[in-house]
Design a binder for this molecule. Structure first.
Ligand SMILES: [Zn+2]
Length: 239
């Protein structure tokens, strides 16, 4: 337990809380920029089981932000590179990797083994897919997104709180844009997602449910927008 003493001396965690963290199973979708910090944070706190979904190989242009991957792993698949990082940092963690492009045909067998999902994908389209999967499976989803110097985070309890399609019912999810983004913005958003995950595991505090946290790194502002379920949501209106 020495490894986690700075966790367990927090009265709201204690050894019982650490045991909850050890038993937790987190599915991290995306081993890129957001994934790097979420993987680092969830490994550091001692999450017992971490699943990682990613289909890509490491490219040089990833390394402005995806710091868990080594330069020498260029061209190799990211899930393996991420697993190597976790094994070196915290060998107690049970790591499961899924080198696949998540879609409507393969998600059920993956998602069922996890307590919740953390969105670390980087395309609009895959974020909506994860939102749909969460609503269909009832799994809690921690959504995060980044652009340039900022981003946003929201936690979705399907059927209970607003989902992505509640707030963006007409979004063109096939929009393909290469967005610029800097590492400190990505790491900030990913750390907020990790904090949401830790709160979920420990059942502490107030999740960012029905609240969209918007971070602007240039102005250094954090704004929370109150949102609510949309009775006309094309996805969750009947749940
Ligand atoms: Zn909805």
């Amino acid at each position: 337990m020495e490894r986690y003493i700075r966790n367990t001396i927090i009265p709201k965690i204690g050894e019982a809380g650490q045991e909850k963290i050890r038993r937790a199973k987190a599915l991290i979708c995306g081993a890129g920029g957001l994934g790097s910090t979420v993987i680092a944070n969830m490994s550091a706190v001692g999450t017992g089981t971490i699943g990682i979904v990613d289909n890509d190989a490491l490219e040089l242009s990833n390394l402005n932000r995806q710091y868990i991957h080594k330069f020498e792993n260029l061209g190799k698949v990211k899930v393996n590179s991420a697993k190597d990082w976790i094994n070196a940092f915290n060998p107690e963690i049970n790591v499961k990797t899924y080198q696949t492009r998540l879609d409507h045909t393969n998600y059920a067998g993956i998602v069922k083994d996890y307590d919740f999902i953390i969105d670390c994908f980087d395309s609009f389209n895959s974020k909506f897919l994860l939102n749909d999967i969460a609503v269909q499976t009832g799994k809690t989803l921690i959504h995060g997104g980044v652009t340039e110097f900022g981003g946003q985070v929201m936690t979705i309890f399907p059927g209970k709180t607003a989902c992505l399609r509640c707030i963006l019912p007409d979004a063109d999810e096939n929009l393909q844009v290469l967005k610029g983004v800097v590492s400190p913005a990505v790491a900030t958003i990913a750390s907020i997602e990790s904090m949401e995950a830790l709160k979920l595991i420990l059942n502490l505090g107030a999740p960012l449910a029905n609240r969209l946290l918007c971070f602007n790194g240039l102005e250094m502002t954090f704004r929370k927008l109150n949102i609510e379920r949309n009775a006309k949501c094309p996805l969750c209106k009947n749940i």
